[in-house]
Design a protein around this ligand. Sequence first.
Ligand code: PMP
Length: 393
Amino acid sequence: TSMSSLSVPPPQCLLQPFTVPHRYLFGPGPSNVPPRISTAGAQPMLGHLHAETIEIMDHIKSGIQYAFQTQNRMTLAVSGPGHAAMECAIFNTVESGESVLIAVHGIWGERAAEMAERIGAKVNTIVTSAGSYYTNDEIEQALAKYKPVLFFLTHGESSTGVLHPIDGIGELCHKYDCLFLVDSVAALGGAPIYMDKQGIDILYTGSQKVLNAPPGTAPISFSERACHKIFNRKTKPVSYFLDLSWLANYWGCDGKPVRSYHHTGPITGLYSLRESLAILAETGLENSWKQHKDVAEYFHMGLEKMGLKLFVQDKKARLPTVTTIVAPPGYEWREITGYIMKNHNIEISGGLGPSLGMVLRVGLMGCNSTKAHVDMILQALADALKHCHKSKV
Ligand code: PMP
């Protein structure tokens, strides 16, 4: 054997065959990817600026405009997870020293506040307890008090299971000359939202929830008002990668005849996103909203029949995509999720941020939102409650 110049040998673990088990992904995300979408993602690689790729990006743009119900020209998919879209929205819109208002009714408001803080914004928050939401009066009072340039609100708070009402808030923001930013990562496609009609200035979602595509692309759209603020800023956004001037050109949203290289997009991820938007277009948004609502109601009834309690009291504020169940008293929640994973091959999750230790979270999104899956979950939960250790309190 010849002497090798390498001090690090090929790792044994990589020389083993590679397989991944099938698992039911009924947590708050990612959701299962149906074969049609994974097959789309397995098609041949193209260059990121080839004519066919550009056409796919244009189709994605139309699909996002449909899913968001917007005519915005500035509509694209950020290369990255939901967090990348959050930072894209905040970093482009807000300059250091400007006032922002963040509604904190779960972890997503907390994170948005930290992102804004990191770029030197004056961050003001309104905070409410986990499981509840704001009235338009409370929001108006805060807008009047803090005079923010941007108001952040989470539509589907996946950490608490709350679907926040949107009607009327866009008008309030505009009355106070403020941009309205909505995070609909966990709700879009599964609950009604109308970007233009509801006066939303910036809206984003993720690929891996209701859309059932792999994580890594994040649809986002900006209104004319948002673009006006963004393209008249005094300082450059702190992120080169998320700079909307670059992204607008890459996605053909800036009216320039040539798209130039900014970064290499997740090309096969875009194929999958294209196909997931095609499925949504074929299904119809309204049908998708109804499916998620019906399945969630069926699930909630089943839970209550088992004696379990829903964390969100107000029925109309229950997020149809992610259900929060009050952690069954006397049990260790981790034992329940572990038992269900081990014995039923189903992922459900515990709480997050303000709901940690208080809830179990079950996500039924896109193709996962079926009554047959609800029956599976109810059975798994009943089995777990029978077999997991219960303290005698
Ligand atoms: N916002 C909400 C409401 C979410 O549920 C999530 C994902 N759980 C995110 C943002 C962040 O998305 P990602 O994990 O893709 O960065």
